[in-house]
Each structure stands twice: as structure tokens, then as C-alpha cells.
Design a protein around this ligand. Structure first.
Ligand code: PHE
Length: 348
């Protein structure tokens, strides 16, 4: 029952404030229904006020009667407004929910993304060497003269340093690496021996672009330094790698002498053509394809990396990733691999 001592005016004010506050926080039909019962239900707050009025004196009734009637009218109006707004809001939400879409849903005829063929080849190379116990190593594309040349036993007057081959920076001694052999030095300097690592990355050479050359391309570089490593270990590793990569168990390798200042002896490795027995367009009828450079790590390189060449030795190998991709997937222009031709890329 209403407290007669408390001014009915005050009660009307309290009712309004409370109703306003609670209406504002209502966001569902359930909450609204609860509010309706509390304020407008048969034994709700409004009924309570109305009942209290019945007990007032005739004079007071005259004063507060109209006020209470107005309160009833206005509060019910407020309630109804809220009800209408809420209905609208909830309907809008329903529509929005229906508009939400599943980004993973498949739409027929849609272009699907796929792994770039170079990424595919990089992962194939990594997988093969990981299976042989190599770790993956990485190094910077922006290099110092020391890592790109000096540490790799390439002296100041060596033609490989020629400004026509190398992109030099305005800052003296800084350049874009011309080969991933730099990673050997970073790794051996940091981790010492024994070490077996495979790395892939982009290299840069200042040269004209044609079907088989680009000024930026990718190389892989592997190296294994331990005790008593021989040329036999290198050749067996290369043969396994090429057989796995081309998925052909009968691939043979052929070795020619090759000069790379950071290996001694240095060799070039050719693979028997994975596509023919008697000569085809891939091997240009020679039955052999030139693939990579390799050799036993030069003692000067080991020394430079604080590895004692009397105790440890090892092999290193490296080559072009685009070349491997082009041979494996029958691509005849390196520029396809570096371009964004969707028709070309979606074949893989
Ligand atoms: N870095 C050499 C190149 O760019 C390849 C190579 C790597 C040769 C390791 C020997 C040993 O041609």
C-alpha cells in the first residue's frame, strides 16, 4: 500500500523516473513484458497509485485525480512507443541477420585462389630437405659487401662484384644480395658446426629481362657442415633431391667442373632429362639439363665463420627456383612466374 505520508506528487515523479530508466534499458520482448507487469500489471505500480487515491479525501482526490489520470495516459503512451520502437528494431535485426553471408560458402563459377607455382616449388624443396634432417634458414635481401662477397671468398677485384651485375645502394657497402649463398655465412657464423640447413629467397642482378632471365629471381641454397664430409655425400644428396623433386626414381646426375669462389672443388650438376630417353624440347635434345652449382665449402669461408677447417668440412649447393619450376611444369617464360596473369596462374 502506498504510504499516505509521502506526497503523492513525489510518488508520481518517482514512478516517471523509474519508468523512464527501465524503458531505456529494455532490449527484448521478454524484458518489456516484465516491465509491463511491474508498472501496469493488475497489482503493478500504477494500480498501487490508483488504489492509494481511493483512500484520499474528496479534496485531495480533486487535486490528484487529474494528475494521476494524466500519469496513466502519458506512461501508457510511453510504454506503447517503446513497444513500437522495439518491434521495429527487432525486425531490422532479423533482416540484418538474413543479410549476413558466409564468406566460406562456395559459389559455382567463382575464381578460386591457389598457391603460386613458385611457392609450391619452394615448399617441395623444403619438404625434401626437411625429410633429410635439414633445418630451414633465412637471411636478408639487403646485404653488406661482407656477406655477399668477402666472406664468400670473392675478392675486391672479382668480376662478380661488377657494378653491372650488382644493385648497389648509395650507402657504401650496401647492396641487394646476388645469391642466397650469403645465408651460409649468416648461419655458420651464428650456429657454427655441425649444421645442415636449406634456405630459399629472392636475389637480384642487374641484367636485362628475357624469357629466361629477370633482374629479380629466387634461389635455393643448402649446406651441410660436419666432420669427414665428402663429394660422395654431396652427390648422393643431390641425386636424392632431384629424384624426389621430379618424382622420378631413375634420374641420374652428371657432374662438370664449375667455378664458384666459395667452394673447392666446385661443380655444376646436370640431371638426366626427366621427360625423355632420347632427347626432347625440354633438354634441347641433349638428354641432360643444367640445374645447379655445388661444391665443398672453401676453407676460407669456414675460417671466416670461425669454423676450423682442420676439424670440420662440408658441402654447399644452390640454384634457381624459377628454373626448377619451369622445367617441372613446362613453363617457357620466366616472366609468367613473376607476372599476374590469372589465366596462367590458375592452372596450378
Ligand atoms: N650461389 C651460386 C650461384 O648463384 C650457386 C652455388 C651455391 C654454387 C652453392 C656453389 C655452392 O650460382
Amino acid at each position: 500500500m502506498i504510504n499516505k505520508d509521502k506526497n503523492i506528487n513525489q510518488k508520481i515523479k518517482d514512478f516517471n523516473i523509474e519508468l523512464e530508466q527501465q524503458l531505456a534499458s529494455v532490449s527484448s520482448n521478454e524484458q518489456l513484458e516484465k516491465l509491463r507487469i511491474t508498472f501496469f500489471g493488475r497489482s503493478g505500480k500504477l494500480t498501487e497509485l490508483m488504489d492509494a487515491m481511493k483512500e484520499l479525501s474528496l479534496e485531495d482526490k480533486k487535486i490528484f485525480g487529474p494528475a494521476l489520470n494524466q500519469l496513466k495516459k502519458e506512461s501508457e503512451q510511453n510504454y506503447n512507443n517503446k513497444k513500437n520502437n522495439l518491434e521495429q528494431e527487432l525486425r531490422k535485426l532479423e533482416v540484418l541477420k538474413k543479410q549476413q553471408f558466409d564468406v566460406t560458402a562456395y559459389k559455382p563459377g567463382q575464381l578460386e585462389g591457389s598457391q603460386h607455382v613458385l611457392t609450391k616449388v619452394i615448399e617441395q624443396i623444403q619438404d625434401i630437405f626437411i625429410s633429410m634432417g635439414y633445418k630451414i634458414a633465412d637471411g636478408p635481401e639487403l646485404e653488406t659487401e661482407f656477406y655477399n662477397f668477402e666472406a664468400l671468398n670473392i675478392p675486391k677485384d672479382h668480376p662478380a662484384r661488377d657494378s653491372q651485375d650488382t644493385f648497389w645502394f648509395d650507402v657504401p657497402g650496401l647492396l641487394l644480395r646476388t645469391q642466397t649463398s650469403t645465408i651460409q655465412v649468416h648461419q655458420m657464423k651464428t650456429y657454427g658446426a655441425p649444421i645442415a640447413a636449406i634456405s630459399t629467397g629472392r636475389v637480384y642482378r642487374q641484367e636485362a629481362t628475357d624469357a629466361s632471365h629477370d633482374f629479380a629471381f629466387s634461389q635455393y641454397e643448402g649446406f651441410f657442415v660436419d666432420k669427414n664430409i665428402s663429394m660422395g655425400n654431396l652427390l648422393a644428396t643431390m641425386k636424392t633431391f632431384l629424384q624426389e623433386f621430379f618424382e622420378k626414381k631413375d634420374i641420374e646426375i652428371r657432374v662438370r667442373p664449375g667455378f664458384f669462389p666459395f667452394v673447392e672443388p666446385g661443380i655444376e650438376i646436370d640431371a638426366s632429362c626427366p621427360f625423355c630417353k632420347n632427347g626432347c624440347s625440354v633438354c634441347k635434345k641433349t638428354r641432360w639439363i643444367e640445374l645447379l652449382g655445388a661444391g665443398l665449402v672453401h676453407p676460407n669461408v669456414l675460417k671466416c665463420c670461425n669454423i676450423d677447417p682442420e676439424k670440420h668440412n662440408g658441402f654447399a649447393f644452390g640454384g634457381g627456383i624459377e628454373r626448377l619450376a619451369m622445367i617441372k611444369y613446362g613453363i617457357n617464360d620466366i616472366r609468367f612466374l613473376h607476372g599476374a596473369n590469372i589465366d596462367f596462374l590458375k592452372q596450378f
